[in-house]
Design a protein around this ligand. Structure first.
Ligand code: GRF
Length: 196
């Protein structure tokens, strides 16, 4: 039975594009929905052009009422009947209630070698710390931010003269390889971590 995948984005959706492109042929999953908290997210147009159903729930009218926003977000999400949810550049913090509703089948990609550098500005922080290597992690989403069982990691060497932007660009290129590899393995029921 083909697994249905919903992908949540907030911006350009470069990871989403690679995930959608990877779900072809004998891949056990297909994209069922691309959903954003920003109706103007560039990734929504890209998804529609790839023939994937799209939806958006603007988080701004809900102001600080996260529960109300998430209740609205869950309407199109649950209507898509996803087996797997991929957070891909989704920049809203999710409440434990939301996460509990999907725990065990919700993945996220984070631009660091977790457990190092949870949170934001990971590339600048890795450079400031003088790290020799850096990278990205796909993990199951649990209530603790950027935590949860690791399902894959990709490593790169930090190069002399690297800036946060040059490092981010090389890490993003690895994200685009790692996330599709992890999604396929996860959709096959295999939770052996992918190492790139
Ligand atoms: C990427 O750096 C990713 O690590 C983080 O969001 C950023 C943008 O991702 N999760 P995308 O281009 O919108 O997929």
């Amino acid at each position: 039975m083909t697994k249905r995948v919903a992908i949540l984005i907030s911006g350009g959706g470069s990871n989403m594009v690679r995930l959608v492109e990877s779900m072809t042929g004998d891949h056990p999953a297909r994209a069922a929905l691309v959903l954003s908290n920003d109706p103007d997210a560039g990734g929504l147009k890209k998804a529609a052009e790839m023939g994937v159903p799209v939806a958006a729930v603007d988080h701004r009218p809900f102001k600080s009422d996260r529960a109300a926003f998430e209740a609205a977000l869950r309407e199109p999400l649950d209507a898509a009947e996803p087996d797997i949810i991929c957070l891909a550049g989704f920049m809203r913090i999710l409440t434990p209630d939301f996460i509990n509703a999907y725990q065990g089948r919700m993945l996220n990609i984070h631009p660091s070698l977790l457990p190092k550098y949870r949170g934001l500005h990971t590339h600048a922080r890795a450079l400031e710390a003088g790290e020799a290597e850096h990278g990205c992690t796909v993990h199951e989403v649990t209530a603790a931010l950027d935590d949860g069982p690791i399902l894959g990691q990709a490593r790169i060497a930090v190069e002399p003269g690297d800036t946060p932007d040059t490092l981010a660009a090389r890490v993003l290129g690895m994200e685009h390889r790692l996330y599709p590899a992890v999604l396929r393995r996860f959709a096959e029921g295999n939770r052996e971590p992918v190492e790139l």
